[in-house]
Ligand binder design. Structure first.
Ligand code: ADP
Ligand code: MG
Ligand code: MG
Length: 886
């Protein structure tokens, strides 16, 4: 038979699945001999059974009665005993802590008779009526569904009527009247009376806790925290201890270290003459925990001892809820406490120093996401004021600047030394210079992997996207918020990319010391040292190499300072923008070989110079250069724009610019319904004459120049979007022909491996063949995700991803975290079959997933050689690659 109930003595911390975190830790504290009021736990399994069938599972009621009888026996009192009632708390507690998300009912067992008995045995009439009014209030709202605000109103009304500031000033008579008011309220609202039977109170409270698992608040919280819906909650039934017995009693919360900074020392709040949630509810002012030393020295000392016991036992920061009843200290809850990123790093380092945990355990306790948060400057949270608008926290950090509405203005003002925030409906690759120049990017449309978001994260730039409350008026250079506030160009605003909020004016900023350390290697005290140690530990542990995606010498140099071991993806398309666009246009529009070759010849030295700079910045380390990937029309003006320009000219009676007309013809010819699946990647190389040769020659000549300069250039050439081995063979022949040619011309030997991206399902499935022609693989997981799911990344996020997330089709976007089940399968196949053909095949990954912690753990497990990510994610990837190897 299934067992549904466990006494505290029968459980332990390793039983959190069954007993919930709270129940398991109460059992653990009981086993440690700490003063825990006795009780028992009803399992999550009972909850699941109840939620599935709507009825208590067979045997549960009997087990609860048996446990309750034992509890009564040990207390020497019975529940509902009129002259000396045993009171109970009924508490929720799931596997993962969901603070305040579910229900708790205190003081179960009081009724119109036993409240008098309690008053007598305690010698404190006020306390008895205070407990009773709490029960009626909590039971009425959580079990019977009465709006809790109604109870609050009644309480406030009474306090006002009596002219007292808070509840401790209400006397027994007041509270007795309040109970009457509450009972009437319940009757009016539900048509039902507050149940006088303690047995009924207990049963209904237990079922209400079960049901609170599916309450709106709890569901929402689970969605946000990625907690599975099917776990259910446990229910703890426990003897009450009383913090509301007068001045020698009270309740408090405490942390064994500061959860904000991680600094050692006791932190917490205490509230005399209080019960339950009073401490956190803010109904009266609490005192700092240190004050307890004066109020009740003995309890304070005991608390310190217990906290040390807990920290040594859990070997981590613990948080604690406790109550003092007439000078006797009771422990009501503990758990390994939540903490900020700063505290996580600091505590891990301290605990290693205290030899409570090993360095490896220390590394396991910090996260890449935490490190990312520490890298950004942040706002002083106490000083931001009310938000103008909210959006998605796309790229964390804090930025202040004047709002500007186009890329050119951003560049111009930034060049003049002004800090600007680029505000757009959404961004396109054309906005890149403006994004680079801006402190932050704010868009009114687009998801967390929209262009703005991806690029901003890549650059380590603050970004809030999809702020739909904003109406961006590019024409009039201003945006309007929902409440009608108009923000004109030039107005200073503050963008909090960690919280997804926009504030008026300049919110005060705090610098990130961690960033300064990463940039300069300069170690200051505190969290910086802790971060440095974690990174060293990770570097020692990891098997995965970490490279960076970088396409400028500046980015390459920064990536190197951040610890990158090479470049895994050097995109060449950015090198075709800006002033070079004219040349690219000429190449595309060329009607004859001569014009085309002239354009290519003009591009060659520019490309070569790009590569020289990058190879120099990464001297001695591999630089994987990808041949041109995007469809060519991306380098031409927008079709509609051109058409409008021509039409406007005609409407004026002018002759349209012949160049415009020619461009429009070309753009229309090249127009593709699905450019993502069109003429791009290796396909370009196969059909556009001279393009590959020019790019390869630029690379080869850069290698020669760097070699002659005494450097050690390690270029690798990567062919994008290959689906068939034949494509790669043809392109590789061409690449090798040009490499040999340059080598022969210059007399400098050139070793330059040629490999391919694996970003089409067909490539993954035919990896055994493709490896015949590839010296390395690099998974382009962005495209591989698009093509595996059949999602167009630029469209789906705005359109239906939020619905998919709501409905639980996936819990995170597959563009953020690699879909192991589908895309991951293709990765596995390609790794296995590629290496079967070529055992020394070097395999890496580039794209967003290379910097994503969960995905990094997957790539480690699949035996990849390296991950490549944006420079700012490099430290994060180092840390996570180290954690993956633990
Ligand atoms: P939450 O999960 O929201 O923290 P809890 O189950 O911890 O809810 O209950 C909230 C508060 O109720 C506790 O912090 C404690 O102060 C009080 N409480 C719970 N059980 C008891 C008890 N047996 N005796 C006295 N107070 C209790
Ligand atoms: Mg609690
Ligand atoms: Mg791609």
């Amino acid at each position: 038979m299934v067992r549904y109930v466990y006494d505290f003595h029968q459980g332990g911390r390793d039983m959190a699945d069954l007993l919930g975190g709270k129940g398991a830790n109460l059992a653990e504290m009981t086993r440690l001999g700490l003063p825990v009021p006795p009780g028992f736990v009803i399992t999550t399994e009972a909850c699941r059974a109840f939620l599935a069938t709507g009825a208590e599972p067979e045997g549960l009621v009997r087990e609860v009665s048996r446990r309750l009888a034992a509890l009564e026996e040990s207390a020497g009192r019975r529940v509902g005993q009129p002259d000396d009632p045993l009171l109970l708390s009924v508490r929720s507690g799931a596997r993962f802590s969901m603070p305040g998300m579910m229900e708790t009912v205190l003081d179960i067992g009081l009724n119109d008779d036993s409240v008098l008995g309690l008053a007598k045995v305690s010698g404190n009439e006020r306390f008895a009526w205070d407990s009773y009014r709490r029960l009626v209030q909590m039971f009425g709202s959580t079990v019977m569904g009465v709006d809790s605000a109604l109870f609050e109103q009644a309480l406030t009304l009474l306090k006002d009527f009596r002219g007292v500031p808070d509840d401790v000033h209400l006397d027994a008579g007041d509270l007795a009247r309040l109970v009457e008011t509450y009972k009437n309220l319940i009757h009016d609202e539900t048509g039902e009376d507050f149940p006088q039977s303690p047995a009924e109170q207990l049963r209904r409270a237990i079922l209400a806790v079960f049901q609170s698992w599916n309450g709106d608040r709890a569901r929402l919280y689970r969605r946000r925290e990625h907690i599975p819906d099917g776990l259910g909650t446990a229910v703890t039934v426990q003897r009450m201890v009383y913090g509301n017995l007068g001045h020698d009693s009270g309740s408090g919360v405490a942390f064994t270290r500061d959860p904000a900074t991680g600094r050692p020392g006791l932190y917490g709040d205490y509230l005399p003459d209080a019960q339950g949630e009073d401490v956190v509810a803010g109904i009266r002012n609490t005192v700092p925990l240190a004050e307890l030393e004066r109020l009740d020295t003995r309890s304070y000392r005991q608390l310190l001892t217990h906290m040390r016991t807990l920290e040594n036992h859990y070997r981590d920061l613990c948080d604690i809820e406790f109550t003092i009843e007439r000078g006797a200290l009771w422990m009501l809850q503990t758990r390994v406490g939540k903490r900020t990123a700063e505290a996580a790093f600091t505590i891990a380092a301290e605990l290693v120093d205290e030899r409570l945990i090993t360095p490896a355990e220390g590394l396991a306790r910090v996260t890449g996401e935490g490190l990312a948060r520490l890298m950004f400057p942040r706002f002083d949270a106490s000083a931001t004021g009310e938000a103008l608008a909210h959006g998605l926290p796309a790229s964390p950090g804090a930025a202040v600047g004047s709002a500007v509405f186009d890329s050119a203005t951003a560049v111009r003002l930034a060049a003049a030394g002004e800090k600007v925030i680029l505000v757009r409906q959404e961004t396109t690759p054309d906005d890149l210079p403006g994004m680079v120049a801006a402190q932050a990017v704010l868009t009114s449309r687009g998801g967390k992997t929209s262009h703005a978001a991806v690029v901003a994260r890549g650059m380590g730039k603050v970004c809030v996207c999809g702020a739909e409350e904003l109406t961006v008026d590019l024409e009039r250079r201003r945006f309007t918020t929902r409440d009608g506030t108009v923000v004109e160009e030039g107005t200073v605003i503050s963008v909090n990319g960690s919280a997804g909020a926009v504030y008026p004016g300049a919110a005060p900023l705090v610098d990130s010391e961690v960033m300064r350390y990463l940039e300069t290697g300069e170690r200051s005290e505190g969290v910086v040292t802790a971060v440095a140690r974690a990174l060293e530990q990770a570097d020692g542990a990891r098997r995965l190499e970490v490279r960076a995606n970088a396409d400028t010498p500046g980015d390459a140099a920064r990536a190197r300072r951040f610890g990158a071991q090479g470049i895994g993806l050097c995109r060449t398309e950015h090198m075709f923008l800006g002033e070079r666009r004219k040349l690219v246009e000429e190449m595309i529009l060329a009607r004859d070989d001569f014009t085309r070759e002239r354009a290519l010849a003009a591009l060659l030295p520019l490309q070569r110079q790009d590569f020289i700079g990058i190879l120099e910045a990464m001297d001695g380390l591999p630089v994987t250069i990808r041949l041109l990937d995007p469809p060519l029309h991306e380098f031409l003006p927008d079709r509609t724009e051109l058409a409008v320009r021509i039409a406007t000219a005609e409407a004026r009676g002018d002759l349209p610019d012949p160049h415009d007309a020619e461009l429009l013809g070309a753009v229309s010819r090249m127009h593709e319904e699905n450019p993502m699946l069109g003429l791009r990647g290796v396909r370009l190389g196969l059909v556009v004459p001279g393009l590959v040769a020019m790019q390869v020659r630029a690379i080869a000549e850069a290698v020669v120049e760097r070699t002659r300069a005494g450097g050690s250039p390690k270029a690798e050439i990567m062919v994008p979007l290959v689906g068939a081995v034949e494509e790669l063979r043809i392109e590789r022949d061409e690449v090798q022909r040009v490499l040999a040619e340059v080598s022969a011309e210059t007399g400098v030997p050139i070793t330059c491996p040629v490999g391919t991206m694996i970003e089409l399902p067909r490539a993954a499935l035919t990896a055994a063949r493709i490896a015949e022609q590839a010296e390395f693989f690099s998974f382009g997981t962005n495209d591989l995700t698009q093509t595996t799911w059949g999602f167009s990344r630029d469209d789906v996020e705005a359109e239906f991803f939020s619905a998919y997330l709501d409905k639980g089709v996936f819990s995170t976007s597959p563009f953020e975290t690699l879909d192991r089940e589908g895309v991951g399968r293709l990765v596995q196949i390609a790794v296995a079959e590629g290496r079967a053909t070529r055992p020394d095949l070097k395999i890496g990954v580039c794209g967003e997933h290379g910097g994503d912690p969960d995905s990094i753990h997957f790539f480690h497990g699949e035996g990849l050689d390296y991950v490549s990510c944006s420079p700012f994610r490099v430290p994060v990837a180092r840390l996570e690659a180290g954690r993956a190897a633990l």
